[in-house]
Design a protein around this ligand. Sequence first.
Ligand SMILES: *[C@@H]1O[C@H](CO)[C@@H](O)[C@H](O)[C@H]1NC(C)=O
Ligand SMILES: *[C@@H]1O[C@H](CO)[C@@H](O)[C@H](O)[C@H]1NC(C)=O
Length: 367
Amino acid sequence: MHFSVLAKLALAGLVTLVSAAPTIQRGVSAPVTHLPDGLPFPSPEQIRKIEKKAHGTLPNTPLPDHISEEGIVNLQLIAFNELMEVAFFTQLLKNITNKVPGYDIGDEKNRDFAIQSLRAILGTTNFDEQQEELHMLSANLALEHVGVEPILPCEYVFPVSSYFDAIVFITKVTDLVMGTLQDVVKRFAIGGDFDLAHIIASVIGNEGEQTGWYRMQQGRIPSELPFLTASALSFAFTAIQEVTVPGTCPNKDTIPLMTYAPLYVLTPPGPETTNITVAFKPDELDEESTAGSLWMTYTNQQNFPIVVTLQIDSVDDVIIAEALFPYDEHLMNGFTLAAVTRSPGPFENAEEVAKATVAAPGLIIVK
Ligand SMILES: *[C@@H]1O[C@H](CO)[C@@H](O)[C@H](O)[C@H]1NC(C)=O
Ligand SMILES: *[C@@H]1O[C@H](CO)[C@@H](O)[C@H](O)[C@H]1NC(C)=O
C-alpha cells in the first residue's frame, strides 16, 4: 500500500481499519452515553419542555392501530437514526457552548462562510436537536402503540473534531436519511400505512430545511437537487452503526436489516469526470472473488443506478480500489450514494442495489 493511501486513510479517520480490528477510530472525547430530556422515555412534563424548545408539537392525531410488517421496520430504522442524531446535536451544542478547540466559532472568522451570523443562529434559534427528539419519539411511540419494543439508544462516537467537520458530516448523513425516507414512504405505501406516510412526508421537509442551512454554511446553494437522491433502509442502517460503539446498542438486533462492510471514499470527486479511490474491508470475500467480480454502483437523483468497473489496486487488510466517477455524462451533482456490488446489474433502483451490495454506503456530495 502506498504511503499516500495510508495517509489518506489516517485522515479519513481509518487508522484502526488497517489494523486487525475493523472499528472506526474513536474521538478523543468520551462517547455520548446519555441523551437529554429524559430520552428515550421522557415524562409528559419533559415532552412539553422539548416541544417548546423544538418550536412545535408531536402530532396529536391518532396513531394507526395496525402497521404493516415493513412499516414496523421503517419505524425501527427511523428511531435508530433519530437517537443517533439527538446524540450528535447534543454533543455538538455542548462543544460549541464550551468552546472546545475547533468549535470556538468566533475564532474562525477567516473561514469563507458566514461564521458570525451562525453563532447567533446557533445560540438562539437552532431547534435541530429538539426537533430530532420529537422525530425519534414519534417513531418509538408508534412502535409501542402496536406492541413493538421501542428502539433504545447506543453509545456514539462521531468522526469529527471541529465545527466545520461536524456540519459536513451531518450534511452527508441527512442526505442519506432524506434518500432513505423516500424508501420508507414507498414501503408505508405498499403496506397501506397511509397515515404514517403522511407524517414522514412532513419530516422529509423538515430535514430538507435543516440541510439547506448546513449547505449554506459550506458555501453551497441551499436547495441541492430538483429531485433528491434515493437510498434504501440498509444503507442508513449501516452508516448509523459506524458511529456507535460496538456492543452498546441494546436492541439493534430486533431491526431486520442488512449491515454491509463500510465503504470509504478516499478521494472525493469534484464536478468533473474523474477516477475515485475507495477503501473497504468485506467480511467474507476470498481474493479470487474480488478479482473482477465486484462493481461500483452509484445512485444519484431519481435515475437508474450507474454501474462502472471496479479496479482493485491492492488487497491487504483493506481493499483499495479505483472506479470512474462519470460526472459529465450523468450530471452527478448533489448527493451520490456509492456501493460496491457483486453484480453489474442493471439495477432498477437503490433498493435493488442494496440486495447486491457488499460494501456501502460511500457518501459523495458534489456541489
Ligand atoms: C465534540 O468535540 C470532541 C473533542 O474535539 C470530539 O471528539 C467530538 O467528536 C465532537 N462532537 C461533535 C458532535 O462535534
Ligand atoms: C481512470 O483510470 C483508468 C484505469 O486506470 C484510466 O484508463 C482512465 O483514463 C482514468 N480516467 C480518468 C478520467 O482519469
